[in-house]
Design a protein around this ligand. Structure first.
Ligand code: FE2
Length: 398
């Protein structure tokens, strides 16, 4: 497999993985010597009682902790400004993020806003945050986004249907705690969408021109775990072995994404996931982007086929790439994930503007093994709209 000769590893200082790891929060928090902490989460996690599992022991250990539990899915700029205001008003010196990608991204945002007084719009882009953040501990309650690992915080621009990224090393968690027990209450639809997001991170980071020898085994392992355990976790949320596999896969894929990057699938999804959940959109784009990129990364897709258990021996490379894409589609079908834009209510008349928006996501397209022109993007959107797979004969290297 071809690798990039140069890479930089920027990850949380400490990552705890395992059932019950969330119990370590008070001890770990104490080490920061906080005057006042802020726990950031969403209303569903609050209602399920997951946030009190973290809050109670924190308060019992003498750490004054306030709660903000109003994070909305795919947060808008207005919602982000509200989080920033809450965080700045009380000058918290420790942030704890608990939830899916949106809650963890808002926890990152809170941590940088306390030490950086500028308007949030100034932070959009790569390396635009001037000062280090206050410390943060991030705990995912889903298995897929990898937000506890990465330096990205994403905000939705609802008016222009764009996703804005704050990409800064100061967004990286000091401590990430991946506790599979926190994921057992996820409903099947969220299990499917977030699990397929993790698959997209693994497969896209493998296809990335910035793939390196550090990330490759992590991404391959993530693919294996997801094919083995996502349908089980989807069917039975209490299947702890499956939940453990999915949490591990999410973390491994998150590390691979953080270092090697994701590409055209996420860029495509950003054009319609302002209203549709991120994971569902990324999954929908994944098989089409694998097909689009196939001729530039046949051996990498062969490795995906092997990890998915569908690799054939003594066949040409394009057949195994084809098998990998078919396996992804089957897995999506097994967890009732939509395979076309038509199914999720996108209008044909929106495809052109979606293609235009997709090619503006240059930060991600820079990792793609093939150049994506606006014409390519529109063809991709059309295929995603129709839900039509490519035939094997269309995989030939041109
Ligand atoms: Fe993602």
């Amino acid at each position: 497999m071809s690798h990039s000769a140069k890479f930089t590893i920027e990850l949380p200082r400490k990552i705890l993985f395992g059932e019950g790891a969330a119990k370590e929060v008070p001890n770990l928090a104490k080490a920061f010597g906080p005057r006042r902490a802020l726990l950031i989460t969403d209303p569903v996690i609050s209602k399920l009682g997951t946030s009190s599992q973290i809050l109670g022991p924190l308060q019992d250990s003498g750490i004054k902790t306030d709660v903000f539990d109003e994070v909305e899915p795919e947060p808008s700029m207005r919602a982000a400004e509200q989080v920033a205001k809450v965080a700045r008003d009380s000058s918290y010196d420790l942030i704890i993020g608990l939830g899916g990608g949106s809650s963890l991204d808002m926890a990152k945002l809170a941590s940088i806003c306390i030490t950086n007084p500028n308007p949030i719009a100034d932070f959009i882009g790569v390396g635009k945050v001037p000062n280090p953040s206050v410390p943060k501990i991030l705990l995912p309650t889903t298995a897929g986004t990898g937000a506890e690992i990465t330096m990205n915080a994403i905000i939705s621009n609802r008016e222009e249907h764009l996703k804005l990224g704050i990409v800064s090393p100061y967004n990286i968690a000091d401590i990430a705690i991946v506790d599979p027990l926190l994921t057992v209450t996820m409903p099947p639809s969220v299990t499917a969408a977030t699990g397929l997001d993790a698959l997209t991170h693994a497969v896209e980071s493998l296809m990335s021109v910035d793939l390196n020898s550090f990330c490759e085994p992590l991404a391959i392992d993530a693919v294996k775990h997801i094919f083995r355990s996502l349908p089980k976790a989807y069917r039975d949320g209490k299947d702890l072995a499956a939940r453990r596999d999915m949490s591990l896969a999410s973390m491994l894929a998150g590390i691979s994404l953080a270092i090697s990057g994701v590409l055209a699938g996420h860029a495509a999804a950003y054009s319609f996931t302002v209203t549709v959940p991120h994971g569902l959109g990324c999954a929908l784009a994944l098989p089409y982007v694998m097909e689009f990129n196939a001729s530039a990364c046949l051996s990498k897709l062969g490795a995906v086929a092997e990890a998915a258990g569908v690799k054939e021996t003594e066949v040409a490379e394009d057949k195994n790439a084809f098998n990998a894409v078919a396996a992804v589609r089957r897995l999506m079908g097994n967890v009732n994930s939509p395979l076309s834009l038509r199914e999720i209510g996108i209008k044909e008349s929106d495809l052109e503007s979606m293609a235009k928006n997709m090619v503006t996501v240059k930060r991600l397209l820079a990792h793609n093994p093939k150049v994506v022109t606006e014409k390519d993007a529109l063809l991709l959107m059309r295929r995603m709209f129709e839900g039509k797979p490519l035939q094997l004969s269309e995989y030939k290297v041109s």
